[in-house]
Ligand binder design. Structure first.
Ligand code: 5HY
Length: 247
């Protein structure tokens, strides 16, 4: 199968790290096609940036080569619904996948993420996906997303400490990593913490493989029907059908 892994931010090093994490767990028959947004911020740490990231995801999926499934590798799951309109392949966001995995392992989990200001994005996803009864806490570390590109021992120690504090204060038994850029740290954190530490990139890859193996696809009717044909204008004119208007 061909698995399209989209990094919604435009960081090349982070895209490479995400691709490595995906390939580390992908089945022998799975080819990982990694890409990143053709435009937008180098990292996504707020609502304004996420708006452009969602458009970048939709752009990548709409114009992607043939694929069997899509993983959106950013913890805000930006553009998830738009991507599901744009393809019949299953589309998984790493936050949604990670929450589901945590719910199969523990009665309660905590999220440890990057900037405090992004916690509200995770809080809204917990409510959207229906995990408010078992997500017992969401904790920011104020570690910038791009600081994870060359994560040093101090950063790893800071995330570990935040996870320990979350497990204790929330009375939870699993940790969800709240950033795709944390994927390379998952194994070390799992070993240090002694509880399930869930990286949404890896989980989304395996869930996607399962859906494809079961022949399950996104229904192209109703809520996820393809976008209606119409003319688009300006820089987004290439999304439209019919004579473009560059005005
Ligand atoms: C991510 N931002 O996974 C999120 C993390 C966050 O650029 N990739 C990003 O804090 O929302």
């Amino acid at each position: 199968m061909k698995l399209l892994v989209v990094n919604p931010n435009s960081s090349v090093p982070m895209t490479e790290a995400i691709a490595t994490a995906a390939r580390a767990v992908a089945a022998p028959g799975s080819e990982v096609l990694a890409c990143h947004g053709a435009f937008g911020p180098l990292s996504i740490e707020g609502h304004f940036e996420e708006a452009f990231a969602a458009a970048a995801v939709a752009d990548q999926v709409r114009h992607a080569p043939a694929h069997d499934a899509v993983v959106i590798a950013c913890f805000g799951d930006p553009g998830l619904d738009a991507a599901r309109e744009a393809t019949r392949a299953p589309v998984l966001g790493i936050a949604e996948a990670a929450f589901h995995a945590a719910s199969m392992l523990a009665t309660g989990f905590s999220v440890v993420t990057t900037m405090q200001r992004t916690c509200v994005i995770a809080e809204r996803l917990v409510l959207r996906y229906g995990f408010e009864r078992i997500c017992r806490g969401i904790h920011g570390t104020d570690i910038p997303v791009l600081a994870l590109e060359d994560c040093d021992k101090a950063t790893l120690a800071q995330i570990e400490a935040a996870a320990r504090a979350a497990l204790a204060s929330d009375r939870s038994e699993a940790i969800v990593l709240g950033c795709a850029g944390m994927a390379p740290l998952c194994a070390a954190l799992s070993q240090r913490l002694g509880v399930p530490v869930i990286d949404g990139v890896a989980v989304a890859v395996k869930f996607a493989e399962s859906l494809v193996a079961l022949g399950l696809q996104t229904p192209k009717r109703g809520d996820y029907a393809p976008p209606l044909p119409k003319r688009w204008t300006g820089w987004a004119s290439h999304f439209g059908n019919g004579p473009s208007d560059s005005g």
